[in-house]
Design a protein around this ligand. Structure first.
Ligand SMILES: Cc1cc2nc3c(=O)[nH]c(=O)nc-3n(C[C@H](O)[C@H](O)[C@H](O)COP(=O)(O)OP(=O)(O)OC[C@H]3O[C@@H](n4cnc5c(N)ncnc54)[C@H](O)[C@@H]3O)c2cc1C
Ligand code: FES
Ligand code: FES
Length: 471
């Protein structure tokens, strides 16, 4: 039976929501409806972290918690989840993360602090070791505008020393378990928000709807609401559909359900494609990686979407579902700027990545900042060199055309050639003809061209252990 409301736990209170606009973000709900103003709005685009909260969901019979940006999360996606805001921590006689921030003078302007506290809390509840690497990773989505990161980092290093607060997870677990995962349809002012827990009912409703938006993590789509002030009618939320959330390895292929998040994918990629996993560590911020899906990156079809050149260079395939199931190669999927082969009433169901055991995979993400930045240029190279001869090479770039683009002329030149500096020098001249780069605020056409040439040289140097001071 379809329900017309959502139920979730807000801090310690079980709440039911149905009469609020379908485009409402969690942040606006907290501040405007619940008057919980500890969660702040800085950018409303997922960039600053002032709005960070933590959500929990039952997985493998326990609650798994993660930090999110509430400014770009739709309220109705919270069904059957536990939302923890900074107010909840305050009530529990100062949590260790708060005590540590006070003792190490980590709390500064007060505007960014609640978000930083919640990112620390996300780390704390998962018992993440406070190494420099992990601290940078977990703080990657929190801007401190007064640049006081050192005391904050010291607070994180020390936070486990404080006496643990007992959180009543058992009670929350039992309450969450009781929330039935029936399909949901919220209707408000002619706008609808659908949640389906099974693909069959999702496809049935999708086929009956002509004008709709697919929503998974919302890290891209929500900006249409928060930045462009659009009203999105008929939202189909895919992020809770377990039939779209999986990662399996079989017959030398990795199968990834479209709604699987980047942080869920990283551990599997670490085994098969460590450079791909490493690149994903620079995908947005911790909050973004906790929410953003692979299907959403493909659905956005941005020429600078980071996963696209890599998946294309690995000859991956996309399974789409709608009236019929289709299998489409990445090479054929993107047809123009943000246009794909996806037809009306279809969605991406799965991504299949072949495992090339003998090949080298390089994922070069060039952006102005290391963390939380979109690529200016991206280059992925999948190659196999045997007896100093290039036996296989696929080079795909992002930011070099209106879609992710294969460097076909360069590949054709390099295949079966000796892997020497001279050949790479020649390839650098050829790659100029492969691309017609974008010219925008992130980088000029000339810069992108030059970098694409340099990346070929970097690939050669890295493979031959030649150190260069340029990179
Ligand atoms: C602060 C910030 C940093 C970011 N950093 C990066 C980055 O480093 N690299 C990068 O590549 N991107 C980045 N992004 C963009 C975005 O996070 C990614 O594209 C992300 O993977 C989108 O996934 P999502 O689940 O949030 O998609 P959503 O926002 O839910 O959807 C995005 C689009 O895809 C469509 N869609 C969603 N699911 C499906 C599906 N299953 N089938 C078909 N269409 C679908 C939606 O209709 C929508 O058009 C960033 C965004 C923000 C806000
Ligand atoms: S308000 Fe800046 S990330 Fe949400
Ligand atoms: S804590 Fe807000 S600017 Fe540094």
């Amino acid at each position: 039976m379809t329900k017309d409301n959502i139920n979730f736990i807000l801090n310690n209170e079980l709440v039911s929501v149905q009469n609020i606009e379908t485009n409402t973000t969690v942040l606006n709900y907290l501040r405007n409806d619940k008057k919980l103003t500890g969660t702040k709005e800085g950018c409303a685009s997922g960039d600053c972290g002032a709005c960070t909260a933590v959500i929990g969901e039952i997985k493998n019979n326990k609650i798994q918690y993660k930090s999110i940006n509430t400014c770009i999360t739709f309220l109705y996606s919270l069904n059957a989840k536990h939302l923890i805001t900074v107010e909840s921590l305050e009530k529990q006689n100062l949590h260790p993360v708060q005590n540590s921030m006070i003792d190490k003078d980590g709390s500064q302007c007060g505007f960014c602090t609640p978000g930083i506290i919640m990112s620390m809390y996300g780390m704390y509840v998962n018992n993440v070791k406070p190494t420099n690497h992990n601290i940078d990773k977990f703080l990657s989505g929190n801007l401190c505008r007064c640049t006081g990161y050192l005391p904050i980092k010291k607070s994180i290093k020390d936070m486990y020393k404080y006496k643990k607060n007992i959180i009543e997870t058992k009670k929350i677990f039992n309450q969450l378990k009781k929330i039935k995962k029936n399909d949901i349809l919220i209707s408000k002012n002619k706008s609808k928000f659908f949640i389906h827990y099974k693909l069959k009912s999702l496809l049935k409703d999708l086929n009956k709807t002509s004008d709709y938006y697919l929503l998974t993590g919302g890290t891209d789509l929500s900006l249409e609401v928060t930045k462009k002030r659009k009203n999105l009618n008929n939202i189909f939320y895919l992020g809770s559909n377990e039939e779209l959330k999986y990662i399996r390895v079989k017959n030398n292929n990795i199968h990834i359900g479209a709604a699987t998040t980047i942080n869920e994918i990283i551990p599997v990629l670490e085994k098969y494609y460590p450079t791909f996993a490493k690149m994903f560590e620079r995908y947005g911020s911790e909050q973004i990686r906790n929410t953003a899906s692979l299907g959403g990156n493909i659905g956005s079809a941005s020429p600078i979407g980071d996963s696209l050149p890599v998946l294309m260079s690995l000859n991956s395939k996309i399974i789409t579902i709608g009236k019929i199931k289709k299998i489409i190669y990445f090479d054929d999927f993107f047809i123009d700027y943000r246009k794909t082969k996806l037809a009306k009433n279809e969605l991406v169901k799965e991504i299949i990545i072949p495992i090339y055991k003998k090949n080298t995979l390089k994922c070069y993400k060039i952006s102005k900042r290391i963390d939380d930045d979109i690529s200016s240029i991206f280059m992925s190279i999948n190659a196999r060199v045997e007896n100093n001869t290039i036996k296989f090479i696929k080079i795909v770039s992002g930011g070099m055309a209106s879609t992710p683009k294969i460097a076909k002329l360069t590949q054709d030149y390099l295949i079966n050639k000796e892997f020497t500096f001279d050949k790479i020098e020649k390839a650098k001249k050829i790659i100029k003809k492969d691309f017609n780069p974008l010219d925008d605020v992130r980088a000029s056409k000339e810069y992108r061209t030059k970098i694409s040439q340099n990346l070929l040289e970097r690939f050669f140097n890295e493979e031959n252990n030649i150190k260069s001071s340029v990179y």
